[in-house]
Design a protein around this ligand. Structure first.
Ligand code: SF4
Ligand code: SF4
Length: 383
């Protein structure tokens, strides 16, 4: 079994003093950042920069936390590069706006940390991978001496939850991510692939921005929700298990956790983790809205594959385009993995017979003009 230690520190706001102090406590409780970071190293901070959104929208890792982590790393004599391959293309013009809007440009200017402008990609052989035997990553990822991931705790229409493990999907460059959705349309296979990616990228440390998380129809159209914690672990799967527990999600509903359990990367339940920094009484689930639309909501009993598939097709939710809100940018159509969205008179229409229910359209729509809807039967069964 890998590392089971997960540290939580209370942190209610992103105000400079509070976030700096909480970050320092987080590293102290982990045994000291110097355990991981050595002078002269190049440390890559893999933040979540899903799309162009301001920090208060809770879509991206908060810049105040990123800045606090950078200062601690720099104090140990190491250099920092901030990187992510967001949704959409992995290009300079696309990332520039996202860096700007998310506050990363300012953080880099204030701290002297670098922003990644290398858009090359590199293919690696990965014989140990369960789903992926080859993996293509943004080149910058493997050039760093050390990777620290800073994820944002959010809900997700497809995988139900996105945190430490899903954050690492952003090491795969740009539109290549759509290929993975296409090849692995079943959320269980997709989640197994995410576990592969996490095991290959292997960040030395994973931090969770759960000061203000996102609930409801995440990861971009949900509601910011103060959870009031920073958390961290050397094991991203353990960090996710702990954070899911906190928002009332068990491995039965989160396939990245199930797949990590099958590989012996985490224990069977969050109660078996080594939780530090908060008391047992404080480590308890809070009321938190999770999407009712995930595939993990289909018939909750084991069924033969054909029957399971039949019910899934009958009950699965679908994307609905709200044309009144749509500005006709075409981002959904360009990023739809099976290319089943057609723009007609600047409005999107999906061919649902070809739609794989990845919900990339909902995830990347800047206007929150895509909703995920369930049919009457699904509502009747799952309430
Ligand atoms: S639905 Fe959203 S992403 Fe698609 S064209 Fe309209 S505004 Fe753009
Ligand atoms: S229409 Fe939306 S949910 Fe369907 S395949 Fe395209 S991006 Fe995915």
């Amino acid at each position: 079994m890998e590392n089971k230690k997960v540290v939580f520190i209370h942190c209610k706001t992103y105000q400079k003093d509070e976030i700096e102090q909480a970050t320092q406590q987080l590293f102290t409780e982990l045994g000291g950042l110097e355990q991981y970071v050595k002078p002269g190293q190049k440390v890559l901070l893999k933040v979540n920069l899903l799309m162009k959104a301001p920090p208060e929208a809770a879509v991206t890792t908060h810049p105040a936390l990123v800045e606090a982590v950078i200062e601690q790393i720099q104090a140990l004599g190491a250099k920092v590069i901030i990187a992510d391959s967001s949704g959409g293309p992995f290009t300079k013009s696309w990332l520039k706006g996202i860096y700007q809007e998310s506050g990363m440009t300012e953080v880099a200017a204030r701290t002297g940390a670098e922003l990644n402008w290398n858009f090359e990609q590199q293919e690696f052989s990965y014989p140990e991978g369960k789903i992926l035997k080859q993996i293509t990553l943004a080149q910058v990822i493997k050039e760093a001496d050390l990777i620290i991931s800073i994820a944002k705790l959010k809900t997700h229409g497809f995988t139900i939850y996105t945190g430490a493990v899903k954050n690492l999907f952003g090491t795969i460059p740009g539109l290549l991510k759509a290929d993975y959705h296409l090849r692995l349309a079943d959320v269980r296979d997709f989640s197994d692939m995410l576990v592969d990616v996490a095991q290959f990228v292997k960040p030395e440390l994973s931090i969770m921005d759960a000061v203000v998380a996102m609930e409801g129809p995440g990861p971009s159209a949900g509601i910011p929700r103060q959870v009031g914690f920073l958390a961290a672990s050397a094991n991203p799967h353990a960090l996710d298990l702990a954070c899911c527990y906190l928002i009332g999600l068990t491995p039965e509903r989160v396939f990245t956790l199930q797949k990590a359990q099958e590989r012996g990367l985490i224990p069977g339940s969050a109660e078996e983790l080594d939780i530090r920094g908060i008391t047992k009484e404080e480590f308890k689930p809070i009321p938190f809205q999770v999407p009712a639309t995930s595939r993990s909501r289909h018939i909750p009993i084991p069924l033969p594959p054909r029957l399971d598939d039949f019910f899934y097709k009958m009950l699965r939710p679908r994307p609905v385009f709200i044309h009144e809100k749509c500005v006709g940018c075409g981002i959904c159509a360009r990023n739809c993995p099976p290319k089943c969205i057609e723009m007609m008179e600047s409005k999107p229409y999906a061919d649902l017979t070809r739609c794989i229910r990845c919900f990339c359209c909902q995830e990347l729509c800047p206007e929150q003009a895509v909703e995920i809807k369930r049919n009457k039967l699904s509502k009747l069964i799952f309430r």
